[in-house]
Structure formats: structure tokens, C-alpha cells
Design a protein around this ligand. Structure first.
Ligand code: FPP
Length: 260
């Protein structure tokens, strides 16, 4: 993806001691970076605040991550915002999150346009409260023509539900005679997922130190490099992103093969 070198250098000025833009190879960036934004609740609790304050603070981290990825020229940024299991949270927290998704998205639409970002959703957004769903659909329609970075927000997303849905889609296509059983190969499965049009993530970043996938992109993360940081999501910033990219660039990726 094209990037504005001047804007990039400005955005990554004032570097901390341990990391700077020159520590990463700009010609070898992950094309798709995915983030599991974890630790909002703990961040708030540690400060004697309500958990919701952590989610509100987390919005700034997401905004900064979006801008940083645009500046770097990353093709796709995806973020796990709400899982199919998150409905188990107290109703007031679920309500707040749904409200934050809607209001934040509306507010950020001009930024998405300015940065040429195209929004897509991973997950069953039909099942969301009406107001949130309406804003999401507006966001999809309004940014559909943007040609820059794709921002994929996983909302009401669960990888097992996604795979079961793909199985139903493929079974229906066989039943209708559209395809044969033999046509169901890895490509056909991949094409039946929410991520059909996206490359697999090359780098997965998880904040707050948790070493698990939490039902996120189980198929798509098969060969992704993981970067887990103890930083809680509301403290995540452009520098922590660079640390993740630097770690990614230090990995020896063999995809199950051997080095030539
Ligand atoms: C995980 O932290 C975070 C979430 C479930 C919500 C993430 C949402 C945001 C960052 C707001 C983003 C806004 C938009 C518009 C997508 P947690 O609550 O699980 O934290 P804990 O593990 O410390 O309890």
C-alpha cells in the first residue's frame, strides 16, 4: 500500500528510548495485522474506575493503532471488539459496549474518509441491537468506495460459529447442486468465512499478557506470528505496535517447510 513518507516520519517522531521507526524494515511490514484488544477492565480497576472507563480509554488506543497502520501502509488491520461469548457480561457492560460501538463509529466516519479507510465487519452483525446495526450498516455503505487500508472489526464474532456457518453455506451449495462434495477444499472453506476477501493475518498482537486465542480467527491464524505484550489495551500505542512489528520481522517463518 502507498504511504506518505513525510506524514509517516512526523507520526513516529518523538520516539521513546527503546524503539523507533528505524528499527523496523518498512519494506517488510505485515500486510495484515490483527489485534486482540484485551485488558480494558483491568486497566480501569487498577485505577479505581468502572470497567466502562477502560473501554472508553480503549477507543483512543484503537484510533491510534488505525492511524499508525495507515501511516505505515499496512493493507489490513483487524480488531477483536466483541466475541460471541461477550454477551455473558453484565447487561450494563454489554449495553455500554453496544452504545460505544455505535457512537464511536459515527464520530470516526470522517476520519475513515480522510484516511481512505474501508470498514468491514467480521461476525453476525444482524444480531446486534438495532441502533448499533444501523450505524454499522451506514459505516459499511459510506466507506465502501474507499481504496486504502481495510479496517475489519470483529463484533459478535466467534471462530467456531464462523466455521459452523461456513459448513452450512457449503452444505447448502452441495444440496442445491451448485458445487460437488469434491469441490470443498481449503479455498472453498476460506471463501465461505467472513474474511473471504482478506489475506490471513501475518501478525497477531494480544495485549494484557494472556496466552490464548479466545475463539478468534482459528482458521485464519494458522501461520500467523504472535506478539503478546503485558501492556493493557488502553496503554497500547504506536510504539508498542512498532515493537510488535519488530518482533515479527525477527521471526523465521517457514510455514511448515525448511529454509532453502
Ligand atoms: C477486552 O477487555 C475489551 C473488550 C471486550 C472491548 C473492546 C472494545 C474497545 C476497545 C472499544 C473499541 C471501540 C470500537 C468502536 C470498536 P476486557 O474487558 O476483557 O478487559 P479485562 O480482561 O481486563 O476484563
Amino acid at each position: 500500500m502507498l504511504r506518505d513518507e513525510q506524514k509517516l516520519i512526523e507520526y513516529f517522531a518523538d520516539a521513546p528510548d527503546d524503539i523507533s521507526l528505524s528499527d523496523v524494515n518498512l519494506d517488510h511490514l505485515p500486510s495484515h495485522i490483527s489485534v486482540i484488544m484485551d485488558g480494558n477492565g483491568r486497566w480501569a480497576t487498577r485505577q479505581g474506575k468502572e470497567r466502562g472507563e477502560g473501554h472508553i480509554a480503549g477507543i483512543s488506543s484503537l484510533r491510534e493503532t488505525i492511524t499508525a497502520c495507515v501511516r505505515l501502509g499496512v493493507d489490513v488491520l483487524s480488531a477483536y471488539a466483541f466475541s460471541t461469548e461477550n454477551w455473558k457480561r453484565p447487561q450494563h457492560e454489554v449495553d455500554l459496549l453496544m452504545h460505544l460501538f455505535a457512537t464511536t463509529l459515527l464520530k470516526e466516519l470522517p476520519l475513515f474518509h480522510q484516511e481512505n479507510v474501508r470498514l468491514v465487519f467480521l461476525g453476525d452483525i444482524e444480531a446486534l441491537p438495532e441502533k448499533t446495526r444501523d450505524v454499522f450498516e451506514e459505516g459499511l455503505a459510506e466507506t465502501a468506495g474507499n481504496t486504502g487500508m481495510v479496517l475489519a472489526l470483529a463484533v459478535n464474532y466467534g471462530a467456531r460459529a464462523e466455521l459452523a456457518r461456513a459448513a452450512r453455506t457449503l452444505a447448502a451449495r452441495v444440496a442445491s447442486g451448485d458445487i460437488n462434495i469434491e469441490d470443498i477444499d481449503e479455498g472453498a472453506v476460506a471463501a465461505s468465512l467472513y474474511t473471504a476477501d482478506l489475506p490471513d493475518p501475518e501478525l497477531l498482537i494480544r495485549t494484557s499478557g494472556e496466552l490464548r486465542l479466545s475463539n478468534y480467527l482459528l482458521w485464519q491464524l494458522a501461520y500467523s506470528e504472535f506478539y503478546v505484550t503485558d501492556t493493557l489495551w488502553p496503554d497500547f500505542d504506536r510504539w508498542e505496535l512498532l515493537r510488535g512489528i519488530k518482533a515479527f520481522q525477527g521471526r523465521d517463518r517457514r510455514f511448515g517447510g525448511v529454509k532453502a
